[in-house]
Design a protein. Structure first.
Length: 594
């Protein structure tokens, strides 16, 4: 069984996302984009594997700021009606922000007995949907309204406006009157504990640097938790018996009874009777404390003596390996993992990446979700398991790209999705020649040092649409340099993106790059002399020069670019279509400074 779809509303910086997810899902995004918030929200409908854990209630700060601001605007607009007691309570209820997380399950035929009580609706394909819904909501709307009335009644009103509204925001949204519920998706049916315990999660957060730093204990709650899960009733009984045996041995060796019963030879009969009733009993710690005293070693030494990266590697490998278990006591276990690449060198990154891929292919009831900043942890053959996160928005490539689009990305194995989606200023070019030329020019201009150049074939429309979904409201800009290639319709389609204020698409007038450079005003005479002197070419015309250059190897373009950088070709002019894109990105820089 697996989670096939995830909906999150009004949780932290996530206002509304609805994404398809796979057996293993990688969330990629810039810092502070919302990856960790998605991983946290994902676990809210499930029980933690921590025994007795009950941390499902949220707080004021967990509610999305935009949702809160819409609520405060409602209060501001309606405060007089609220004070007068004539506000429509249903309108007030609709304005109150709530946090919602919905997960939809996709069980196999032999797993239907696990989810028989979680059927929610029939979808468009006449299939039964199964799922859980978590909601953080007001327990009593009248009580919340009464609290808001009391708060407003104590405020100063000047010219019909509430004074210092920002200083009473938390009191206007009293989350102490909120509660949470876990129900069957799309139904008002609460899920009892006996059914909910079939769904559990384990989280390993990015802040795990203290793992096994102490030489006295294991240092990881996740591993202690897993050890405790593996102990059945029979095993726990055996542990208690062994502890009692250990205690008896310790007591006999230390003659503890003699120390306590020091009145054994006393002539005071009453004292003797009293002290005979005193004994030393085993004080076995709870299982969690007992397991916490365990420590890991590596090559015979304490793990605390290993490097930080090595400790993280061991923690991840032990944790993942512990889940590969044929025994199934749950319908689904969710494992969330933040930044598996943290502190790892390239060799260990490849090791843990391979281990994750092998882990996902195992037949088990564990579904893995992880956030990463490393391309080593992205499957570039199958893009179905990638979700891109930006500023609280999330885009699942499995939903946004056609099969042709996914195959297109797979054929660009060196494409760095991070640079493409999250660079402040990025230029896409079609091939190596354009990349070398633009890089050399940028390197010679300090003001352009913040521009990233990526080689990207021109069949890019689907992936640009994804870029727009993520960046339409951001301060990121992208320029696209393309060859004409006698494709008028393609040029029109691609340049239609110029209607967006953060995209600039520009095309050569000539068939391709080299003749465009040669035909640029003043370049022909300069390049004719350059190629005759440096490469002993015989140049008879601009067309002849363009053809020789286009047919030459990449090493020729590389040398040209080196000479642009070192000043030998300092007077060479960039073609107009490239200059247009560079000026577009330079203009964005000036706007940012202003």
């Amino acid at each position: 069984m697996r989670i096939s779809n995830l909906v999150i509303k009004n949780y932290r910086n996530i206002q509304n996302i609805n994404i398809a997810i796979d057996n293993s899902t990688a969330f990629i995004g810039d810092n502070n984009s919302g990856k960790s918030n998605i991983l946290r929200a994902l676990t809210l409908p499930f029980l933690s594997n921590d025994i007795g854990y009950n941390g499902k209630n949220l707080s004021w700060s967990d509610i999305n700021n935009d949702a809160k601001n819409m609520y405060y605007q409602f209060i501001f607009d309606s405060f007089q009606d609220i004070l007068d007691g004539v506000i429509d309570i249903h309108e007030f209820e609709k304005a109150l922000p709530k946090v919602l997380v919905e997960v939809t399950f996709k069980p196999k035929d032999n797993e239907l007995y696990f989810v028989k009580n979680f059927a929610s609706k029939i979808n468009d394909n006449e299939e039964i949907c199964y799922g859980l819904s978590y909601e953080f909501f007001p327990k009593s709307i009248p009580k919340v309204l009464k609290k808001v009335q009391e708060v407003l009644a104590l405020q100063e009103i000047v010219d019909g406006n509430i004074q210092n509204l920002s200083s009473i925001r938390m009191n206007l949204l009293p989350t102490e009157l909120y509660s949470h519920s876990i129900k069957v998706l799309n139904k008002e049916i609460s899920v009892p504990y006996d059914e909910l315990k079939l769904f559990k999660y384990t989280s390993l957060v990015a802040e795990r640097d203290d793992f096994s730093r102490s030489s006295n204990n294991l240092g990881s709650r996740s591993l202690v938790k897993l050890l405790q899960m593996k102990l059945d009733t029979r095993s726990q009984l055996q542990v208690e018996k062994e502890y009692t045996s250990f205690f008896d041995t310790l007591k006999n060796l230390s003659e503890m009874e003699n120390i306590i019963n020091w009145q054994e030879n006393s002539k005071l009969e009453n004292a003797k009777v009293f002290f005979d009733k005193i004994s030393i009993l085993p004080n076995m710690p709870n299982m969690n404390s007992l397991l916490s005293s365990v420590k890991l070693g590596y090559v015979g030494d304490d793990l605390s003596s290993q490097g930080l990266g090595h400790r993280n590697l061991i923690l991840l490998l032990v944790l993942l390996n512990s889940f590969i278990d044929k025994e199934r006591d749950t319908a689904l276990s969710v494992l969330t993992l933040e930044e598996p690449e943290a502190h790892l060198g390239i060799g260990n990154k490849n090791l843990i990446s391979s281990f994750i891929n092998a882990f996902v292919k195992e037949e088990n009831s564990v579904q893995l979700f992880y956030s990463t900043h490393s391309t080593e942890f992205i499957n570039k053959v199958d893009f179905n398991n990638i979700v891109i996160v930006s500023d609280g928005h999330a885009v699942s490539l499995s939903q946004q790209l056609s099969e042709a689009g996914k195959n297109y990305l797979s054929k660009n194995p060196n494409l760095d999705l991070y640079k493409f989606f999250f660079s402040k200023k990025c230029i896409l070019v079609e091939g190596l020649s354009e990349e070398l030329l633009i890089r050399s020019y940028i390197n010679s201009q300090k003001r352009l040092s913040d521009i990233t150049v990526i080689s990207f074939h021109k069949g890019f429309r689907e992936i640009i649409d994804v870029w727009l979904k993520l960046n339409k409201d951001s301060s990121n800009y992208i320029g696209i340099v393309r060859d004409f290639d006698n494709q008028t319709k393609a040029q029109e389609d691609h340049e239609s993106y110029n209607t967006f204020q953060n995209i600039c698409v520009s095309t050569t007038h000539e068939y391709t790059l080299e003749p465009e450079i040669v035909s640029t005003e003043g370049n022909y005479e300069l390049l004719k002399k350059y190629f005759e002197d440096e490469f002993s070419w015989t140049v008879s015309s601009s067309e002849n020069l363009s053809n020789q250059w286009r047919d030459a190897k990449a090493s020729v373009m590389l040398q040209v670019c080196k000479d642009i950088s070192n000043g030998k070709l300092s007077t060479l002019k960039l073609p107009g279509h490239i200059q247009e894109v560079i000026e577009f990105l330079s203009e964005t820089q000036r706007k940012e400074i202003i």
